[in-house]
Design a protein around this ligand. Sequence first.
Ligand SMILES: [Zn+2]
Length: 243
Amino acid sequence: MTKKTALVVSAHSADFVWRCGGAIALHSQKDVDVTVVCLSYGERGESAKLWKQAGMTLDKVKSERRREAENAARALDVHDIQFFDLGDYPLEMDRAAKDRLVDVMRAVQPSFMMTHSKYDPYNTDHMYVSQWTLECRAIAQAWGHNPGQKILGAPQVYLFEPHQTEQMNWKPDTFLDITPVWEKKWAAIQCMEGQEHLWHYYRNVAENRANHFQRNSGGQSGGRAAKYAEGFESIFPRTVDEL
Ligand SMILES: [Zn+2]
């Protein structure tokens, strides 16, 4: 039997850490090979602390953000991390970049994928990546695209939690208990040295989602406790044999 795999598409090099680091570490622990694609380093738009240093250059910011992301990936036991270096603010994906992402989808053959929320007026890079991921998923399923290659099946796409959740039309339908791997996520979060202002914010998010995990797993009659959780909104229906 071939090994189960997953694919995360992250607009900037830190997004996968805050938004689904727990899911990555948890599935790695379950022997799932998780591949992360960072479309950019977030070098222009998500690296303010570095830009405040004297003599900073774009190349220095990019290499620093790459180092942080690689350290975080190690902390989360990521199987493979790929950097497309497409630039950010604005992040743009031409046909060649989309074909490259389609190639990754077909090579990885993920059981599920994760990416950004559909709407994000604060950070349009994020919402375009959500759209492009769905577009590339459809291309990867097309028999007429690079005939002869193994086409993609129908992996679920989970949209991870954006910042300022209430503004994003993002509504979670899945809560994942990440308590067993919280220390790994916390270690990965701390690799993001340039964004220290977000560390405790995302610990709070995980604690609040754990409360929702418990409420939805049994409520007052005794839900299963979780200390840390992540929320996701799924795009496609589940197919089941029993409810
Ligand atoms: Zn981002």
